[in-house]
Write a protein that binds this ligand. Structure first.
Ligand code: NAD
Length: 395
Protein backbone atom coordinates (compact mmCIF):
# COMPACT_ATOMS: atom_id res chain seq x y z
CA UNK A 1 0.00 0.00 0.00
CA UNK A 2 1.34 3.44 -0.96
CA UNK A 3 2.43 5.68 1.89
CA UNK A 4 0.58 9.00 1.50
CA UNK A 5 1.35 12.02 3.67
CA UNK A 6 -0.73 15.21 3.72
CA UNK A 7 0.82 18.33 5.23
CA UNK A 8 -1.64 20.86 6.63
CA UNK A 9 -5.29 20.67 7.65
CA UNK A 10 -6.59 23.90 6.15
CA UNK A 11 -9.29 23.90 3.49
CA UNK A 12 -7.02 22.11 0.97
CA UNK A 13 -5.57 19.45 3.26
CA UNK A 14 -8.97 18.65 4.78
CA UNK A 15 -10.60 18.24 1.37
CA UNK A 16 -7.77 15.92 0.29
CA UNK A 17 -8.07 13.86 3.47
CA UNK A 18 -11.86 13.54 3.23
CA UNK A 19 -11.60 12.47 -0.41
CA UNK A 20 -8.88 9.89 0.35
CA UNK A 21 -11.06 8.47 3.12
CA UNK A 22 -13.90 8.10 0.61
CA UNK A 23 -11.53 6.16 -1.68
CA UNK A 24 -10.53 3.97 1.26
CA UNK A 25 -6.87 4.98 1.01
CA UNK A 26 -4.80 5.22 4.20
CA UNK A 27 -2.79 8.39 4.86
CA UNK A 28 -1.03 10.38 7.54
CA UNK A 29 -2.14 13.96 8.03
CA UNK A 30 0.37 16.21 9.80
CA UNK A 31 -0.96 19.43 11.25
CA UNK A 32 0.08 22.02 13.82
CA UNK A 33 -3.20 21.55 15.71
CA UNK A 34 -5.49 18.57 16.19
CA UNK A 35 -8.35 20.62 14.78
CA UNK A 36 -9.28 22.35 11.53
CA UNK A 37 -10.44 25.95 11.79
CA UNK A 38 -12.46 28.04 9.36
CA UNK A 39 -9.95 30.65 8.22
CA UNK A 40 -12.35 32.68 6.09
CA UNK A 41 -14.68 33.19 9.09
CA UNK A 42 -12.15 34.29 11.70
CA UNK A 43 -13.40 37.88 11.63
CA UNK A 44 -16.62 36.66 13.27
CA UNK A 45 -15.20 35.45 16.60
CA UNK A 46 -12.51 38.19 16.52
CA UNK A 47 -15.33 40.72 16.43
CA UNK A 48 -17.24 38.96 19.18
CA UNK A 49 -20.09 37.57 17.05
CA UNK A 50 -20.12 33.99 18.34
CA UNK A 51 -18.21 31.72 20.69
CA UNK A 52 -14.87 30.45 19.32
CA UNK A 53 -15.92 26.79 19.55
CA UNK A 54 -18.14 27.24 16.53
CA UNK A 55 -15.17 27.95 14.25
CA UNK A 56 -13.25 24.68 14.36
CA UNK A 57 -13.75 20.94 14.15
CA UNK A 58 -11.60 18.30 15.76
CA UNK A 59 -9.73 16.31 13.13
CA UNK A 60 -10.83 13.02 14.70
CA UNK A 61 -14.48 14.06 14.34
CA UNK A 62 -13.98 14.40 10.58
CA UNK A 63 -11.47 11.64 9.83
CA UNK A 64 -12.92 8.57 11.47
CA UNK A 65 -11.34 5.62 9.69
CA UNK A 66 -8.72 3.69 11.62
CA UNK A 67 -6.35 3.95 8.65
CA UNK A 68 -6.46 7.76 8.72
CA UNK A 69 -3.58 8.79 10.97
CA UNK A 70 -3.38 12.27 12.42
CA UNK A 71 -0.03 13.51 13.65
CA UNK A 72 -0.10 16.74 15.59
CA UNK A 73 3.03 18.81 15.10
CA UNK A 74 4.78 21.47 13.08
CA UNK A 75 6.32 20.64 9.72
CA UNK A 76 9.91 21.89 9.79
CA UNK A 77 11.33 20.97 6.40
CA UNK A 78 10.46 19.35 3.08
CA UNK A 79 13.09 17.07 1.55
CA UNK A 80 11.53 16.10 -1.78
CA UNK A 81 14.75 14.59 -3.16
CA UNK A 82 14.70 12.06 -0.29
CA UNK A 83 10.89 11.58 -0.22
CA UNK A 84 10.92 12.78 3.38
CA UNK A 85 9.54 15.57 5.50
CA UNK A 86 10.91 16.65 8.85
CA UNK A 87 8.38 17.36 11.58
CA UNK A 88 8.72 18.21 15.26
CA UNK A 89 8.51 14.48 15.92
CA UNK A 90 11.30 13.57 13.48
CA UNK A 91 11.50 12.36 9.89
CA UNK A 92 8.53 11.01 7.97
CA UNK A 93 8.93 9.13 4.67
CA UNK A 94 6.35 9.09 1.93
CA UNK A 95 5.64 7.69 -1.50
CA UNK A 96 3.22 10.53 -2.29
CA UNK A 97 3.03 13.91 -0.63
CA UNK A 98 0.22 16.47 -0.62
CA UNK A 99 1.54 19.87 0.47
CA UNK A 100 -1.26 22.06 1.78
CA UNK A 101 0.67 24.32 4.11
CA UNK A 102 -1.25 27.51 3.45
CA UNK A 103 0.19 30.96 3.53
CA UNK A 104 2.28 33.36 5.55
CA UNK A 105 1.62 37.07 6.09
CA UNK A 106 3.07 39.42 3.49
CA UNK A 107 4.54 42.49 5.18
CA UNK A 108 6.02 44.04 2.00
CA UNK A 109 9.03 45.06 4.08
CA UNK A 110 7.03 47.76 5.89
CA UNK A 111 9.20 48.68 8.89
CA UNK A 112 7.65 47.76 12.23
CA UNK A 113 4.60 45.97 10.77
CA UNK A 114 5.69 42.48 11.84
CA UNK A 115 6.67 43.67 15.29
CA UNK A 116 3.72 45.91 16.15
CA UNK A 117 0.61 44.80 14.24
CA UNK A 118 -1.89 42.12 15.19
CA UNK A 119 -2.83 39.59 12.49
CA UNK A 120 -6.02 37.67 11.74
CA UNK A 121 -4.73 34.24 10.79
CA UNK A 122 -5.79 31.59 13.28
CA UNK A 123 -8.09 30.99 16.23
CA UNK A 124 -5.30 32.20 18.53
CA UNK A 125 -4.73 35.45 16.64
CA UNK A 126 -8.48 36.05 16.34
CA UNK A 127 -8.68 35.64 20.12
CA UNK A 128 -5.72 38.02 20.52
CA UNK A 129 -7.52 40.71 18.52
CA UNK A 130 -10.71 40.17 20.47
CA UNK A 131 -8.99 40.35 23.85
CA UNK A 132 -6.74 43.27 22.88
CA UNK A 133 -9.67 45.45 21.80
CA UNK A 134 -11.66 44.53 24.88
CA UNK A 135 -8.72 45.29 27.19
CA UNK A 136 -8.21 48.69 25.53
CA UNK A 137 -11.87 49.62 26.07
CA UNK A 138 -11.91 48.19 29.58
CA UNK A 139 -8.90 50.27 30.64
CA UNK A 140 -9.98 53.55 28.99
CA UNK A 141 -11.22 55.04 32.24
CA UNK A 142 -7.82 54.65 33.91
CA UNK A 143 -6.17 57.37 31.78
CA UNK A 144 -8.77 58.54 29.22
CA UNK A 145 -6.19 57.76 26.49
CA UNK A 146 -8.27 58.23 23.32
CA UNK A 147 -5.92 56.08 21.23
CA UNK A 148 -7.36 53.11 23.15
CA UNK A 149 -10.64 53.70 21.34
CA UNK A 150 -8.99 53.99 17.90
CA UNK A 151 -8.61 50.82 15.83
CA UNK A 152 -6.64 50.79 12.59
CA UNK A 153 -7.04 48.00 10.07
CA UNK A 154 -4.40 48.03 7.30
CA UNK A 155 -5.63 46.56 4.01
CA UNK A 156 -9.18 46.51 2.61
CA UNK A 157 -9.22 43.15 0.87
CA UNK A 158 -11.82 40.63 2.02
CA UNK A 159 -10.10 40.00 5.35
CA UNK A 160 -9.86 43.69 6.29
CA UNK A 161 -13.36 44.60 5.13
CA UNK A 162 -15.06 41.63 6.81
CA UNK A 163 -13.18 42.31 10.03
CA UNK A 164 -14.17 45.99 9.98
CA UNK A 165 -17.82 45.07 9.38
CA UNK A 166 -17.72 42.83 12.42
CA UNK A 167 -15.83 45.23 14.68
CA UNK A 168 -18.18 48.06 13.72
CA UNK A 169 -21.08 46.09 15.21
CA UNK A 170 -19.20 44.99 18.29
CA UNK A 171 -17.55 48.27 19.37
CA UNK A 172 -20.78 50.05 20.37
CA UNK A 173 -21.70 47.01 22.50
CA UNK A 174 -18.28 47.16 24.15
CA UNK A 175 -18.62 50.90 24.68
CA UNK A 176 -21.89 50.31 26.51
CA UNK A 177 -20.39 47.50 28.56
CA UNK A 178 -17.40 49.57 29.74
CA UNK A 179 -19.11 52.97 29.79
CA UNK A 180 -16.74 54.60 27.30
CA UNK A 181 -17.91 57.56 25.17
CA UNK A 182 -19.34 56.18 21.95
CA UNK A 183 -18.47 59.38 20.05
CA UNK A 184 -14.75 58.86 20.64
CA UNK A 185 -14.60 55.43 18.99
CA UNK A 186 -12.77 55.40 15.65
CA UNK A 187 -12.48 52.40 13.36
CA UNK A 188 -10.28 53.22 10.36
CA UNK A 189 -9.64 50.96 7.37
CA UNK A 190 -6.59 52.07 5.39
CA UNK A 191 -6.13 50.83 1.83
CA UNK A 192 -3.20 51.59 -0.49
CA UNK A 193 -5.13 50.87 -3.70
CA UNK A 194 -7.66 53.38 -5.06
CA UNK A 195 -10.61 51.21 -3.98
CA UNK A 196 -11.54 48.56 -1.45
CA UNK A 197 -12.32 45.00 -2.61
CA UNK A 198 -10.86 45.24 -6.13
CA UNK A 199 -12.15 41.75 -7.01
CA UNK A 200 -15.80 42.91 -6.86
CA UNK A 201 -17.81 44.82 -9.47
CA UNK A 202 -18.30 48.59 -9.04
CA UNK A 203 -21.90 48.04 -7.90
CA UNK A 204 -20.94 45.58 -5.16
CA UNK A 205 -17.96 47.60 -4.07
CA UNK A 206 -20.05 50.73 -3.71
CA UNK A 207 -22.63 48.80 -1.69
CA UNK A 208 -19.87 47.52 0.59
CA UNK A 209 -18.38 51.00 1.02
CA UNK A 210 -21.72 52.52 1.83
CA UNK A 211 -22.54 49.76 4.35
CA UNK A 212 -19.17 50.21 6.08
CA UNK A 213 -19.57 53.99 6.23
CA UNK A 214 -23.10 53.67 7.64
CA UNK A 215 -21.69 51.49 10.39
CA UNK A 216 -19.19 54.24 11.19
CA UNK A 217 -16.05 52.83 9.53
CA UNK A 218 -13.70 55.51 8.14
CA UNK A 219 -12.32 54.36 4.81
CA UNK A 220 -9.01 55.84 3.70
CA UNK A 221 -8.28 54.64 0.15
CA UNK A 222 -5.26 55.39 -2.01
CA UNK A 223 -3.21 55.76 1.18
CA UNK A 224 -0.38 53.34 1.92
CA UNK A 225 0.90 52.54 5.37
CA UNK A 226 4.66 53.11 5.22
CA UNK A 227 5.79 52.46 8.79
CA UNK A 228 4.45 51.13 12.05
CA UNK A 229 5.73 52.11 15.46
CA UNK A 230 4.44 50.93 18.80
CA UNK A 231 0.81 52.18 18.96
CA UNK A 232 1.34 54.37 15.87
CA UNK A 233 1.02 54.15 12.08
CA UNK A 234 2.75 56.39 9.54
CA UNK A 235 1.11 56.99 6.17
CA UNK A 236 2.56 57.86 2.78
CA UNK A 237 0.82 61.23 3.04
CA UNK A 238 3.02 62.06 6.02
CA UNK A 239 0.11 61.72 8.43
CA UNK A 240 0.77 59.88 11.69
CA UNK A 241 -2.08 58.18 13.55
CA UNK A 242 -1.90 56.94 17.13
CA UNK A 243 -3.88 53.81 17.89
CA UNK A 244 -3.60 51.17 20.57
CA UNK A 245 -4.99 48.54 18.18
CA UNK A 246 -3.26 48.10 14.80
CA UNK A 247 -4.31 45.10 12.71
CA UNK A 248 -2.60 44.10 9.46
CA UNK A 249 -4.68 42.42 6.75
CA UNK A 250 -2.47 43.56 3.86
CA UNK A 251 -1.98 40.29 2.03
CA UNK A 252 -0.38 36.86 2.02
CA UNK A 253 2.39 34.88 0.37
CA UNK A 254 3.10 31.14 0.32
CA UNK A 255 4.40 29.21 3.29
CA UNK A 256 8.21 29.78 3.26
CA UNK A 257 8.87 26.01 3.51
CA UNK A 258 8.01 25.74 -0.20
CA UNK A 259 10.86 27.95 -1.39
CA UNK A 260 13.20 26.55 1.27
CA UNK A 261 12.62 23.08 -0.21
CA UNK A 262 14.06 24.31 -3.51
CA UNK A 263 10.79 23.89 -5.44
CA UNK A 264 10.32 26.28 -8.38
CA UNK A 265 8.17 29.15 -7.19
CA UNK A 266 6.36 32.24 -8.47
CA UNK A 267 7.12 35.73 -7.04
CA UNK A 268 4.75 35.07 -4.10
CA UNK A 269 6.71 31.95 -3.15
CA UNK A 270 4.06 29.52 -4.41
CA UNK A 271 5.19 26.22 -5.92
CA UNK A 272 4.72 25.94 -9.67
CA UNK A 273 2.35 23.06 -10.39
CA UNK A 274 1.24 21.39 -13.61
CA UNK A 275 -2.33 20.94 -14.78
CA UNK A 276 -2.68 17.88 -12.51
CA UNK A 277 -1.52 19.86 -9.43
CA UNK A 278 1.81 18.03 -9.25
CA UNK A 279 4.92 20.06 -8.45
CA UNK A 280 6.74 20.70 -11.75
CA UNK A 281 9.86 19.40 -9.98
CA UNK A 282 8.59 16.19 -8.34
CA UNK A 283 5.66 14.25 -9.78
CA UNK A 284 4.97 12.44 -6.49
CA UNK A 285 4.45 15.79 -4.75
CA UNK A 286 1.07 17.49 -5.14
CA UNK A 287 0.92 21.11 -4.01
CA UNK A 288 -2.49 22.69 -3.39
CA UNK A 289 -4.17 25.79 -2.01
CA UNK A 290 -2.35 28.98 -1.08
CA UNK A 291 1.03 27.24 -1.50
CA UNK A 292 0.41 26.42 -5.17
CA UNK A 293 0.77 28.58 -8.26
CA UNK A 294 -1.83 27.17 -10.63
CA UNK A 295 -2.55 29.09 -13.82
CA UNK A 296 -6.28 29.66 -14.24
CA UNK A 297 -8.25 30.06 -17.45
CA UNK A 298 -7.43 33.79 -17.58
CA UNK A 299 -3.72 32.92 -17.75
CA UNK A 300 -3.09 34.25 -14.22
CA UNK A 301 -2.37 32.27 -11.04
CA UNK A 302 -5.55 31.49 -9.07
CA UNK A 303 -5.88 33.80 -6.06
CA UNK A 304 -5.36 32.13 -2.68
CA UNK A 305 -8.96 31.45 -1.63
CA UNK A 306 -10.57 28.81 0.55
CA UNK A 307 -12.78 27.57 -2.28
CA UNK A 308 -9.80 27.11 -4.64
CA UNK A 309 -7.89 25.25 -1.92
CA UNK A 310 -10.83 22.92 -1.21
CA UNK A 311 -11.37 22.15 -4.90
CA UNK A 312 -7.64 21.50 -5.38
CA UNK A 313 -7.56 19.21 -2.34
CA UNK A 314 -10.43 17.19 -3.68
CA UNK A 315 -8.83 16.97 -7.10
CA UNK A 316 -5.32 16.11 -5.92
CA UNK A 317 -6.75 13.23 -3.85
CA UNK A 318 -8.70 11.98 -6.88
CA UNK A 319 -5.58 12.13 -9.06
CA UNK A 320 -3.63 10.26 -6.41
CA UNK A 321 -6.30 7.55 -6.47
CA UNK A 322 -5.99 7.45 -10.27
CA UNK A 323 -2.22 6.97 -10.06
CA UNK A 324 -2.62 4.10 -7.62
CA UNK A 325 -5.26 2.48 -9.84
CA UNK A 326 -3.12 2.93 -12.98
CA UNK A 327 -5.63 5.33 -14.54
CA UNK A 328 -4.76 8.56 -16.39
CA UNK A 329 -4.60 11.80 -14.42
CA UNK A 330 -7.33 14.43 -14.88
CA UNK A 331 -6.45 18.12 -15.36
CA UNK A 332 -7.71 20.45 -12.64
CA UNK A 333 -10.37 23.03 -13.57
CA UNK A 334 -11.32 25.66 -11.01
CA UNK A 335 -15.07 26.27 -10.82
CA UNK A 336 -15.61 29.77 -9.47
CA UNK A 337 -18.61 29.62 -7.14
CA UNK A 338 -18.34 33.35 -6.50
CA UNK A 339 -17.32 35.56 -3.61
CA UNK A 340 -19.36 36.60 -0.60
CA UNK A 341 -18.22 39.18 1.91
CA UNK A 342 -20.10 39.77 5.13
CA UNK A 343 -20.28 43.27 6.53
CA UNK A 344 -21.54 42.52 9.98
CA UNK A 345 -23.94 39.71 10.68
CA UNK A 346 -26.95 40.86 8.68
CA UNK A 347 -25.43 42.48 5.61
CA UNK A 348 -23.31 41.09 2.83
CA UNK A 349 -22.21 41.70 -0.74
CA UNK A 350 -21.14 39.22 -3.33
CA UNK A 351 -21.81 37.30 -6.45
CA UNK A 352 -22.68 33.65 -6.67
CA UNK A 353 -22.63 31.88 -10.04
CA UNK A 354 -22.63 35.27 -11.77
CA UNK A 355 -25.61 36.69 -9.81
CA UNK A 356 -25.00 39.71 -7.60
CA UNK A 357 -26.47 39.83 -4.10
CA UNK A 358 -26.49 42.74 -1.66
CA UNK A 359 -27.76 43.00 1.91
CA UNK A 360 -29.66 40.28 3.77
CA UNK A 361 -29.82 37.89 0.76
CA UNK A 362 -26.01 37.90 0.50
CA UNK A 363 -25.80 37.37 4.23
CA UNK A 364 -28.15 34.40 4.05
CA UNK A 365 -26.15 32.96 1.16
CA UNK A 366 -23.04 33.22 3.28
CA UNK A 367 -24.80 31.35 6.11
CA UNK A 368 -25.87 28.68 3.60
CA UNK A 369 -22.28 28.34 2.37
CA UNK A 370 -21.17 27.63 5.95
CA UNK A 371 -23.68 24.79 6.24
CA UNK A 372 -22.63 23.46 2.83
CA UNK A 373 -19.02 23.43 3.96
CA UNK A 374 -19.83 21.54 7.16
CA UNK A 375 -21.76 19.07 5.05
CA UNK A 376 -18.70 18.50 2.83
CA UNK A 377 -16.69 17.59 5.95
CA UNK A 378 -19.09 15.14 7.52
CA UNK A 379 -22.65 15.33 6.26
CA UNK A 380 -25.58 15.86 8.58
CA UNK A 381 -23.57 14.66 11.58
CA UNK A 382 -21.11 17.52 11.21
CA UNK A 383 -23.80 20.11 10.48
CA UNK A 384 -25.72 19.09 13.62
CA UNK A 385 -22.56 19.02 15.73
CA UNK A 386 -21.41 22.53 14.84
CA UNK A 387 -24.75 24.27 14.32
CA UNK A 388 -25.78 22.89 17.71
CA UNK A 389 -22.97 24.98 19.17
CA UNK A 390 -24.27 28.14 17.53
CA UNK A 391 -24.66 30.75 20.19
CA UNK A 392 -23.96 34.43 20.48
CA UNK A 393 -21.18 35.46 22.79
CA UNK A 394 -22.36 35.88 26.33
CA UNK A 395 -25.71 34.14 25.69
P1 NAD B 1 -5.59 40.79 -0.08
O1 NAD B 1 -4.24 40.69 -0.69
O2 NAD B 1 -6.73 40.35 -0.88
O3 NAD B 1 -5.86 42.31 0.37
C1 NAD B 1 -4.87 43.07 1.03
C2 NAD B 1 -5.12 44.55 0.77
O4 NAD B 1 -4.13 45.28 1.48
C3 NAD B 1 -4.99 44.92 -0.69
O5 NAD B 1 -6.16 45.57 -1.13
C4 NAD B 1 -3.76 45.83 -0.71
O6 NAD B 1 -3.87 46.87 -1.67
C5 NAD B 1 -3.73 46.39 0.70
N1 NAD B 1 -2.41 46.84 1.09
C6 NAD B 1 -1.22 46.27 0.80
N2 NAD B 1 -0.20 47.01 1.27
C7 NAD B 1 -0.76 48.08 1.90
C8 NAD B 1 -0.23 49.19 2.61
N3 NAD B 1 1.10 49.37 2.75
N4 NAD B 1 -1.09 50.08 3.13
C9 NAD B 1 -2.43 49.93 3.01
N5 NAD B 1 -2.97 48.89 2.34
C10 NAD B 1 -2.16 47.97 1.79
O7 NAD B 1 -5.48 40.02 1.33
P2 NAD B 1 -6.65 39.36 2.20
O8 NAD B 1 -7.82 40.24 2.31
O9 NAD B 1 -6.00 38.88 3.45
O10 NAD B 1 -7.08 38.10 1.36
C11 NAD B 1 -6.12 37.08 1.04
C12 NAD B 1 -6.80 36.05 0.14
O11 NAD B 1 -7.78 35.34 0.89
C13 NAD B 1 -7.50 36.69 -1.04
O12 NAD B 1 -7.31 35.89 -2.17
C14 NAD B 1 -8.93 36.71 -0.61
O13 NAD B 1 -9.81 36.64 -1.72
C15 NAD B 1 -9.04 35.48 0.27
N6 NAD B 1 -10.11 35.64 1.30
C16 NAD B 1 -11.38 35.27 0.99
C17 NAD B 1 -12.41 35.48 1.90
C18 NAD B 1 -13.83 35.12 1.53
O14 NAD B 1 -14.01 34.42 0.54
N7 NAD B 1 -14.84 35.60 2.25
C19 NAD B 1 -12.15 36.06 3.14
C20 NAD B 1 -10.84 36.43 3.43
C21 NAD B 1 -9.82 36.23 2.50
Amino acid sequence: MANIVILGAGYGGMAAAVELEKSGLPFTLVNKHDYHYFTTLLHEPAGGRNEFEQYYVNLHDVLRRESSLVQKGMVKELRPKENKVVTEQGELSYDYLVVALGNAPEFFGIPGMKEHALLLRSLETAQQIHDHVERAFASYHQDQDESKLRILVGGAGLTGVELCGELAEWLPELAGQYGVPFSKIELINIEAAPTILPMLSDELREAAESALRKKGVKLLTGVAITKVNRDQVELKTGEVIDAKTIIWTGGVRANPLIAEAGLQTDPRGRAMVNEYLQSVDFSNVFVIGDSASFTGEDGRPLPPTGQAAAQMGDHAAQNLTHILQGRPLEPFRFVNMGTLASIGHEFGVGSVKGLNAVGVPASLMKEASKVKYLWSLGGLRMVSLKRGQLKRKGS
